[in-house]
Structure formats: structure tokens, C-alpha cells
Design a protein around this ligand. Sequence first.
Ligand SMILES: [Zn+2]
Length: 218
Amino acid sequence: MIICPLCFNKTSFTLVDGPDSRAYRECNKCRLIFTETRYLLSAKSEKKRYLTHKNGIKYKGYVDFLNQAIEPALPLLNNAMQGLDFGCGPTPTLSVILEQKGFKCDNYDPLFYPEIHEKEYDFVFATECFEHFFFPAIEIQRIKKHLKPGGLLIIMTETWKSTEAFANWYYARDCTHVSFFHNQTFCYIAEQFGFDAMESNNDRVMLLQKKEGEIEVN
Ligand SMILES: [Zn+2]
């Protein structure tokens, strides 16, 4: 049975042509495009691929890339706040950039930094990780649990624009990319998970603020 890994819709999908041999479906409820579970890689294969990425503070291109997510968030942050880099990868970099600017930021990554403090943060960055989520609903709930009411979630992921363009989209050629979000998918996420969407002025950066008065039930 096919089930949308974000909104759990079980009945209404459109098959979408992708740029590789994987089968893709667009969920007609939340507009997530996702691959079938049989295409999901093992943790071992994923880890191997991530270790080939040249990331780190010494790579200017990568630092500039991450700054796209940091810049729109900066006016909303202050040095008393504590943050988390969710999905930091093998070489934490965003937290280093933030520390250089005077902000405290912990690291979490399911494969490389699996310990997560049981606390609520003022802000959470999730840069280039939403597209790797096997089950976005579970991960978003998890992120939300680690955010204070009024806390900021900064997401960076490239959004899909049209199914025609998806058929040749470079972003879907990476076999570790399995969930693809439309702008409307983020409207669904904001509404469903209790966030207010804010303007970021960058097409691949989404700023979501957890609503005040949202109480977590474990
Ligand atoms: Zn859905």
C-alpha cells in the first residue's frame, strides 16, 4: 500500500516522471513528491555517500551556501539564544559559522552525531536535510519537540516547481534525495504542525515560527 510519508494520505496520488529509474508520486493532498520505500537506501549506503561530500568550514563555497539560510534568520536571533543544527552531516559547519557570530549551536545528525539533548531550543536549522527524510511527518514532529514556543525553524531545501521540470531535475538525481517539497507543501506543514510562515526572500529557504501556546504531548 502507498501512503504519503508527510500527510498519511492513502488514496490520491499522481505518478510523476523523474530524471532516473525510481518511481515518484505526488501526493494530491500535500503536494509532496516522494519515492517508494523500496528505493530508500540503507544507513550504511547513505553514510558512505555523505562521507564523499566535501563540506566543512574551510570550503568557502559551502560556507557561502549555508549563509543563504543564516542571513534571513540573523535579524531574528540574539546571542542569548541556543540553537540546534538538525542534520549537520559528518563535518558540522553551520554551528561553527554561528559560533563565529557569537551564537551557541549544538549538532545533531542521525548517522554522525546521534545524541540529541532532551531540551527545547530557540532555533533549529535544517539545511539540506528535508529532502533526505524518509518520513517527513516523524522528523518534523521531532524537530518541533525540540523547539520552544515562538522558536524559529529555518529550512533550506530546493523546492519543486512543476512536474514537467521534475522530469529532468538535477536535484532528484541524487539517490539520497527522497522527499521533494513544493511551496504549497510548506503551507500544509505550517498549518498542520502549528507554525507561522515568515518571508525569507530566498526561494530555497523557509522560515517557520512555532506558534506560541503550542504544547508538546509526548
Ligand atoms: Zn501528502
